[in-house]
Write a protein of this length. Structure first.
Length: 406
C-alpha cells in the first residue's frame, strides 16, 4: 500500500554531528515523482549551502529529527532563508530494522511528511531560543550553588561547628557573617558578638554551637567553598539581570504570571523562554500538557486500563511547575485544598504532579486570554483588608483622619 500524497514538494533532513543527509521528493504537474539526495557538512558555509539547496525546491514542508542539539544550527540556517522546518521526535519516525542508512532515514522522513503523517514539535522564536540557553544555564548554576552550600554545611559539621542546629538557615545573613568570622580566625567569643537579635537561639546555645576543631585543612576547604558560593551567587545575579532585560517586551505577561500563587518573577521568566507567549502554537491545553509531560499517559488494551505513567516531556518546564506546585500548596488558594485532598489519597509526589498539571492549564488560559489569576475559593482583597486593617486604623488615628468618639 502506498502512502497518500498530501504535499507535493517535501525535503527530509537526517542530521548528525558532522554531516547532514538531505532527500527531496518532488511531484511534478504531470504526476511523475523525482527524488534527489545530497549530503552537506555542518560548518557555516555548508549550512548556508544546505539552506540555498532546500530553498531552490520551494518546498511545501521540510522535516528533520530532533537529534540532540545538532538540529539547532541547520534549523537556524533554514529559518534565516525563510524556511520554517518541522522538528519531529525521533521516536515517532523509527526506520524499519535492518534497512537503516542515512539516505534511507532522510527519504523515510520525506515520505512520511509527504503523506502528512508528521507533526512538528514546538520551536519558540529565535529570540526566545537564545534566552532559553541563558535560562537553562542558570538552572545548572543554581544546582551547583545548592551542591556547594551542602558541601559548606558538611565541612562545618566535620569541623565540629554545629551552626545548623541552632539557626534555621546556615546560609542566612547572620550565619554567613559568623562563618566568615570563624574562617578569619576570630574566637567564638568574638563571633558571638556578631549574632543578630532575630535569632531564636540563646547566647549560650550559639556559643556551644560555635565551639569546634577548625584545622588548617578545614579552614582552607571552607574558605575556598565559601568563595565559590559567592562567585556563583554573583554569576546567577548577572544571569537574572540579562534574562529579565531580554524579556522587557514580555513585561506585561511576566506581571500577569506573578498573580498566580507560587510564581515569582524569575520563575515566570524561565517559563516564558520555554513555552513562549503564543499559545496558538500548541492549539489546545492538553497538547501543551502532553508536551511538558505532566498529564496522565494513555495505556489501555483489551478494555483494561494499565499504568498511566506520565510521558517524558520538557524536563525544564516540568521542574519549574513542580516548584510552583510546592509553593502553591502552602498558600491560601484552591491549589492548597486540592493538594491536601490528593495527598491523602495518592501520596505527595502524585499530588504535586497533579497540581503542576492544574497550574499549567491555568497558565495556558491566562496567557491566551491575557487575564490575571482570580482564585475561585479565596477573596484576596478580603484577606488583605483583614491583615492590614489594624495598621491602617492605627495610622489614621495617629494622623487625625479618624477620631475616637468620646
Amino acid at each position: 500500500m502506498e502512502l497518500p500524497t498530501i504535499f507535493q514538494r517535501v525535503v527530509g533532513l537526517d542530521i548528525h554531528q558532522a554531516q547532514v543527509t538531505a532527500c527531496a521528493v518532488i511531484t511534478h504537474p504531470d504526476g511523475t515523482t523525482a527524488t534527489e539526495h545530497r549530503q552537506f557538512g555542518t560548518f557555516k558555509r555548508d549550512r548556508r549551502a544546505l539552506a540555498e539547496w532546500v530553498a531552490a525546491f520551494e518546498p511545501d514542508q521540510v522535516v528533520m529529527e530532533s537529534t540532540g542539539i545538532y538540529w539547532k544550527a541547520p534549523y537556524a540556517a533554514l529559518e534565516r532563508a525563510g524556511i520554517r522546518a518541522l522538528v519531529v521526535n525521533a521516536r515517532h519516525v523509527k526506520q524499519v530494522p535492518g534497512r537503516k542508512t542515512d539516505i534511507g532515514d532522510a527519504q523515510w522522513l520525506a515520505l512520511l511528511v509527504r503523506a502528512g503523517l508528521l507533526r512538528g514539535s514546538f520551536i519558540p522564536p529565535a529570540r526566545l531560543r537564545e534566552l532559553r540557553l541563558v535560562g537553562r544555564q542558570r538552572v545548572k548554576l543554581v544546582r551547583m550553588l545548592a551542591a556547594e552550600k551542602n558541601r559548606l554545611h558538611k565541612g562545618l559539621t566535620d569541623a565540629g561547628i554545629r551552626l545548623g542546629v541552632v539557626v534555621s538557615d546556615v546560609h542566612g545573613k547572620t550565619a554567613r557573617v559568623m562563618t566568615e568570622a570563624l574562617l578569619e580566625g576570630q574566637t567564638p567569643e568574638q563571633v558571638l558578638a556578631l549574632a543578630g537579635r532575630r535569632l531564636k537561639a540563646t547566647r549560650a546555645q550559639l556559643f556551644e554551637a560555635l565551639q569546634g576543631d577548625l584545622s588548617p585543612a578545614h579552614a582552607f576547604m571552607l574558605s575556598e567553598t565559601l568563595a565559590h558560593i559567592k562567585a556563583l551567587e554573583a554569576r546567577i545575579a548577572r544571569f537574572d539581570e540579562f534574562l529579565l532585560a531580554g524579556l522587557a517586551e514580555e513585561s506585561a505577561i511576566l506581571a500577569l504570571l506573578q498573580t498566580l500563587p507560587g510564581v515569582d518573577r524569575i520563575g515566570a521568566a524561565l517559563l516564558i523562554v520555554e513555552i513562549g507567549t503564543d499559545m496558538e502554537a500548541f492549539g489546545r491545553v492538553d497538547r501543551l500538557a502532553s508536551w511538558v509531560g505532566v498529564c496522565p499517559g494513555n495505556n489501555e488494551s483489551a478494555g483494561k486500563r494499565k499504568s498511566g505513567r506520565t510521558r517524558k516531556g520538557n524536563p525544564y518546564v516540568r521542574r519549574l511547575l513542580c516548584e510552583f506546585a510546592q509553593a502553591a500548596s502552602r498558600t491560601q488558594s484552591v491549589f492548597q485544598s486540592k493538594f491536601e485532598s490528593l495527598k491523602f489519597r495518592r501520596g505527595h509526589k502524585r499530588a504535586i504532579i497533579a497540581i503542576a498539571h492544574k497550574l499549567l492549564r491555568t497558565i495556558f488560559y491566562m496567557i491566551k486570554r491575557r487575564t490575571p489569576y482570580q482564585d475561585s475559593s479565596v477573596d484576596y482583597q478580603q484577606l488583605s483588608v483583614k491583615r492590614n486593617a489594624p495598621r491602617w486604623i492605627r495610622m489614621m488615628k495617629k494622623y487625625g483622619y479618624l477620631t475616637t468618639p468620646a
